[in-house]
Structures are given as C-alpha cells and as structure tokens.
Write a protein that binds this ligand. Structure first.
Ligand SMILES: [Zn+2]
Length: 206
C-alpha cells in the first residue's frame, strides 16, 4: 500500500489522536472501570468510565450523529466487559432509543455500539433486540430521580421469551431507573439473571 493510502486507512485514537488504532493502548489503560451502584432487578452493573473527559465529549458527539466514533466507544465498552469477566454464557440486549432520536441521529446508538461490541468480546455473544420503548415515554433530561422512576416504570415492551443470563448495555447510567426497569421486564420474560454494562456511570452510580 502506498504511504498516502496507509495514512488514509490507518485509524487514529479518538481520545489522543495517535495513529494506529481507534483507541490506543495508553488511552484504553487510562479507563477506570468500576462496579456501579446496586439496582433492583440487576445482579451487577459494570461501567467503563466515569462520565467525564474525552469519553463524555465523544459520546455526546456520537449521540448528535457522529457515527465515526463507534469503533473507539465500542473498544471502551469492551473494557467494561473484560472487567466484568463473565464466566457464564449470556445474550446481549441493547437499551432501545426513542424512535424520534433514531430519526434525528440517523442510527440507533446503543444497538450499533452493541453490534460492534459483540464482535470484540471474546465469547462473541449473540445480540438480540428483545426490548422496545413504548411511545409515551418522556425524555429523561431535566426530570428528578423520582420522576425518572415513574417515567421509566412502564417504559419497555418485550418482543420475545428469554432464558439464561442477559447483559443489558447502555451508554450512560444516571439514576439507574432505565436499566432497572428494563431488567424487570427481562426477568418477567424469563431471563435468569440480568447484568448491566454501561460506557459511563455518573458519580451517583459509584
Ligand atoms: Zn490514545
């Protein structure tokens, strides 16, 4: 390959700009995965990073429509999977986005992150869009923790029966109301245990 072509096709680190990978080894090592605050219906929560720094900035860009950020964000999410070190097999289920958001962005953010992650995680778990979001759910921004809980209580619908362990994936866990509500319906649908993996947990979920 010519030098020019190599430069064009070689990825750069989304965090520091270093040539060679979507997320360089140094920036990956700087992520500080942690166990999130316990939530009802969820066996354990694992977050790749606090909601701060480059990951916060690049996640906001991604949610505003910048699909190029997917490989690096998926690499960061994979760090949380390595940290969780699941020993049993499981199915991945993305937290669904509201259809207006998908239209705005041009893609379903958690679903495409999930697809990329399922390719990166060693056990290559199956990804299933088991959940859907009911239309009456309000945007969570600006709601108090109590309002979020009420808002999310009946938010999700389920498309299929489940068994075994489920790993729910989301971008940011704030109060945990979304994940807890999603886990509840997955349990009702037959999931044995539900775990949560998120790119970021806000300090509240620490
Ligand atoms: Zn880097």
């Amino acid at each position: 390959m010519s030098v020019i072509k190599e430069l064009v096709f070689t990825p750069t680190c989304l965090a520091c700009g270093l040539l060679g990978a979507h997320l360089c080894g140094t920036c990956e090592l700087e992520l500080n995965p942690f166990i999130g605050k316990p939530l009802q219906n969820v066996s354990a929560i694992f977050c790749a990073s606090k909601y701060e720094g480059w990951i916060r900035e690049k996640l906001i860009e991604f949610k505003n429509g910048r699909a190029q950020n997917v490989p690096a964000l998926a690499a960061a999410l994979t760090v949380a999977f390595d940290f969780a070190n699941f020993t049993n097999s499981y199915t991945l289920v993305p937290i669904p986005s509201a259809s207006e958001k998908i239209m705005e962005r041009g893609f379903d953010s958690i679903s495409i992150l999930g697809k990329e992650v399922s390719k990166r995680v060693e056990s290559a778990p199956e990804l299933t869009a088991a959940l859907f979001l009911k239309s009456q759910v309000r945007d969570q921004v600006g709601l108090t923790a109590a309002e979020r809980k009420v808002n999310m209580a009946q938010a999700f619908g389920i498309r299929q029966k489940l068994d075994g362990d489920i790993v729910l994936i989301d971008d940011v866990i704030t109060t945990g109301a979304t994940m807890s509500s999603a886990a509840r319906i997955l349990r009702i649908a037959g999931a044995q245990r539900v775990f949560g993996i998120a790119l970021c947990g806000s300090p509240k979920s620490r």
